[in-house]
Ligand binder design. Structure first.
Ligand SMILES: CC(C)(COP(=O)(O)OP(=O)(O)OC[C@H]1O[C@@H](n2cnc3c(N)ncnc32)[C@H](O)[C@@H]1OP(=O)(O)O)[C@@H](O)C(=O)NCCC(=O)NCCS
Length: 183
């Protein structure tokens, strides 16, 4: 079981089957999916999302649905810590929010809380972000969270049409430097 997490304005609840309709609706929005995949891509279908939603919870990895404390019934989006390739320690941060929730700092607040869980509780050595090179809000979010550019992997493609993904990395050491324990 993944833990429920909380930040100043947000509740991060482990993804449940009840969230899948809202996720499918978000994945059907061309604006959300512009730099990720074509609308109708089978990999983004409700069935495919369901199949991969809970596969790694035994390792403490998976997805958290994000809600505002002030309106806890409205799904805002999700953040995730998910495997990044085959090596056991390789994990990536994922984030996707509904258009109506953009521009309020929710993605940054939720991702920052999840990084604290990843580097603190899970003691992950490093976390990657994989994003489209022309996805300005995602690039900005990664940079503001402290991620630094990482080498490209020509086999790691994203988008429609597919291009080589931009990669970022944040190590636990870098994260602790940016987030010293409160005195
Ligand atoms: C990537 C994505 C999650 C970013 O969402 P977002 O709402 O733009 O990101 P943030 O939460 O960082 O908020 C951005 C802006 O909110 C504004 N904001 C408003 N109120 C705020 C507050 N109280 N606190 C912080 N920021 C606030 C800030 O100006 C901030 O912009 P800045 O970082 O330039 O200063 C979103 O665009 C998205 O879901 N895109 C589609 C999916 C996607 O592409 N995911 C990445 C794929 S790999």
């Amino acid at each position: 079981m993944l833990p429920e997490l909380e930040s100043e304005r947000l509740l991060l609840r482990p993804r449940s089957l009840g969230d899948l309709d809202a996720i499918a609706e978000m994945n059907a929005d061309p604006e959300v999916m512009k730099h990720i995949a074509a609308i109708g891509d089978p990999a983004m279908s409700r069935e495919a999302v369901t199949a991969r939603s809970f596969s790694h919870v035994d390792r403490g990895l998976g997805y958290w649905s994000v809600f505002a404390k002030a309106e806890p019934e409205i799904f805002l989006g999700y953040v995730g810590l998910i495997p990044d390739g085959d090596a056991a320690d390789d994990v990536q941060l994922s984030y996707r929010f509904t258009v109506s929730s953009w521009g309020q700092g929710y993605a940054r607040e939720a991702a920052a809380r999840l990084l604290r869980h990843g580097f603190g509780t899970l003691a992950l050595p490093s976390i990657a972000v994989t994003t489209h090179p022309l996805n300005p809000s995602s690039l900005r979010l990664a940079e503001r969270l402290g991620f630094r550019p990482a080498p490209l992997d020509p086999a790691m493609l994203i988008g429609h049409p597919a291009v080589i993904a931009t990669r970022f990395r944040l190590t636990g050491e870098m994260w602790r430097g940016l987030n010293p324990p409160a005195a």
